[in-house]
Write a protein that binds this ligand. Structure first.
Ligand code: OSB
Ligand code: MG
Length: 368
């Protein structure tokens, strides 16, 4: 394969409803879309970096800079056999996984399209339908939260995750458990607590949660080890797992019993598959996280979720939960059983709508 051209676009999309986490409230999403032309075929990827460095250190700006000034010069004019080699080619650049993940995924899409197979099959996926859960932001009132959960359950979603933060944790969970005694329920704190808060977190154990996602520091494995020792409920790590090495350390130390894999956070399909395989060999279930992606990133999350050990419902949901109009055709839909049927077309299996993407583009740079 040879990469001939990269087109960087920043698009802006208003969220259908604002999304609040322990690190902030979001009404519009800015995302960096990467179109990679390799051997005459376009592959598409999305950087999941946010507007600010609040979930992870990267931002839209840093991802743009790294792609233009460091990744492009590294990949330009290089011959490589497969997208599977791109991760290793990018090894001289430390960190910046969201920038790497965007181009790496785009090249996987391009290669699958070249061969004429769906990306998920090319990756070795085995699921034709993936189970879906939803991630629900922090709400103003408990009634609003209950109403939202009710709606998502009747749409078919198999698992409910709510965002929590200090002061908005025990009460919402208690209320949801009272109202929906049998649902699969979990919480995500996005690093809002400290280890000394453990007696407070322990109170959540009365509500039979599937897991508590990323309660402590975004890069603090050791405190999670101590917390997991004090809790029966499995800890799931998100922010802490940037690499296969971190995943191994987390598992061996006992920092978690479940791992959330995000393509952008780990740098693309090659590292994501390594983490997936490692977790499988250690009987650690994984699920696919989301980052409020446009249809492009969403399509990649679907492909990733077809791998065998993605046995728990992920945060991959219908386009309409976030966007009044998505950038792909068809949009991602969820069945009444709360699943997504994996597409059969080549590559990501959804067509990027160039007209819509151009309309939403606020900045564009072509690298040749
Ligand atoms: O922690 O999983 C997270 C959104 C933005 C940043 C971090 C997270 C999230 C979500 C939303 O939970 C998942 C989705 O895309 O539906
Ligand atoms: Mg999370």
């Amino acid at each position: 394969m040879k990469l001939q051209k990269i087109t960087l676009r920043e698009i802006r999309m208003p969220l259908a409803t604002p999304f609040e986490t322990s690190f902030g409230r979001l009404t519009d999403r800015r995302m960096l879309i990467v179109e990679a032309l390799a051997d005459g075929i376009s592959g598409w990827g999305e950087s999941v970096a946010g507007e600010g460095p609040f979930y992870a250190p990267e931002t839209v700006e840093t991802a743009w800079l790294i792609l233009r000034d460091f990744i492009w010069p590294l990949l330009k004019d290089r011959e490589f056999a497969s997208a599977a080699e791109v991760w290793e080619m990018l090894a001289p650049i430390r960190g910046h996984n969201m920038a790497k993940g965007a181009i790496e995924a785009a090249l996987w899409d391009a290669e699958a399209k070249q061969i004429g197979v769906p990306l998920w099959k090319f990756l070795g996926g085995m699921r034709t339908e993936i189970p879906c859960g939803v991630s629900i932001g922090i709400k103003e009132t408990l009634d609003e939260l209950v109403g939202t959960v009710e709606r998502e359950l009747s749409a078919g979603y198999q698992r409910i995750k709510i965002k929590i933060k200090p002061g908005k944790d025990i009460e919402p969970v208690e209320r949801l458990r009272q109202t929906f005694p049998r649902i699969r329920l979990m919480v995500d704190a996005n690093s809002a607590y400290r280890l000394q808060d453990w007696p407070h977190l322990k109170r959540l154990e009365a509500y039979y949660l599937m897991m508590i996602e990323q309660p402590l520091g975004w890069d603090d494995l050791y405190s999670h080890v101590e917390l997991q020792r004090k809790l029966e409920t499995p800890i799931c790590l998100d922010e802490c797992i940037h690499s296969e090495e971190h995943a191994r350390a987390a598992i061996e130390l006992g920092a978690c019993r479940i791992i959330n894999i995000k393509l952008g956070r780990v740098g693309g399909y090659t590292p994501a598959r390594c983490i997936h395989d490692l977790c499988k060999s250690r009987q650690i279930p994984v699920w696919c996280g989301g980052m409020l992606e446009s249809g492009i990133g969403r399509a990649h999350n679907i492909a990733l979720s077809t791998l065998e050990n993605f046995s728990l419902p992920g945060d991959v949901t219908a386009s309409r939960r976030y966007w009044t109009e998505d950038v792909i055709e068809p949009e991602v839909e969820v069945t009444p059983q709360g699943t997504i049927r994996v597409p059969e077309g080549p590559g990501i299996g959804y067509l990027p709508r160039l007209d819509r993407i151009e309309e939403l583009t606020t900045r564009k740079e072509i690298l040749t």
